[in-house]
Design a protein around this ligand. Structure first.
Ligand SMILES: [Fe+2]
Length: 225
């Protein structure tokens, strides 16, 4: 498995799907309460192999609701991940895909609730990625998803130089091939704003979950439950 690109990928392919009709009618309240009660904020060191930070010692501050907390509080989310969202991901990828089996990285929530927080510059380890946005972030207000055309862009400046920008909209599922594109989430522009997203990993026959490097789980679960 290569995480250094290894191929040209000049085009950023993605699909943004309105999935609000699939969510419970009170999803905003449910997600908001879960984030208030279950988010753990901490500094995250760069992830081995897939980090695209330009400072190897750099940490990024952000919040996370664990997969087990999501399973308890928002059981419809992992259920949709394994059914309707998986079908949408297969449609996007134009090949069969399977959802991640390991519940620990099945569905979590990533949270930014302060301008000092952002999401690490990285590529994904899985071939097809879903991001379900639970908050909206108009262009220029921070929280935009910035996706480089290259898997070899390191750090914010290189990613921003040659990129597509996705403006998150609540209730929309973005599908893309995050393995091929360095990406990160911009910090929020002001205190009091909040950004909530549920990342989802899908795998294909060519890139199965069994190829996910063990070092990623060792890194991720040594300090989390
Ligand atoms: Fe990602």
């Amino acid at each position: 498995v290569r995480f250094d690109g290894g191929r040209d990928c000049p085009i950023f392919e993605s699909k943004l799907v309105d999935v609000r009709s699939l969510l419970p009618s009170d999803w905003k309240q449910q997600v908001s309460a879960t984030v208030s009660n279950r988010t753990v904020y901490r500094q995250h060191p760069p992830t081995p192999l897939i980090s695209r930070e330009d400072r190897p010692d750099g940490h990024t501050l952000r919040g996370r609701v664990s997969a087990s907390a999501v399973l308890e509080e928002l059981p419809w989310l992992p259920r949709l991940f394994r059914t309707s969202f998986c079908a949408l991901a297969a449609d996007f990828a134009r090949e069969p895909v399977v959802p991640a089996e390991d519940y620990r990285y099945g569905v979590v929530l990533n949270v930014q609730s302060d301008p000092t927080m952002r999401f690490e510059c990285h590529v994904d380890s899985n071939p097809v990625s879903g991001l379900l946005f639970f908050t909206s972030h108009p262009l220029g207000e921070g929280g935009e998803l910035v996706i480089s055309y290259s898997p070899d862009a390191y750090g914010i400046q290189q990613i921003e130089e040659n990129c597509s920008i996705v403006v998150p909209s609540a209730g929309y599922l973005l599908l893309f091939k995050g393995r091929l594109h360095s990406h990160y989430a911009r910090p929020l522009a002001w205190a009091g704003a909040i950004r909530i997203v549920a990342p989802m990993n899908f795998y294909t026959r060519e890139f199965p979950e069994s190829d996910r490097p063990a070092v990623l789980n060792e890194h991720r679960f040594k300090t989390e439950v």
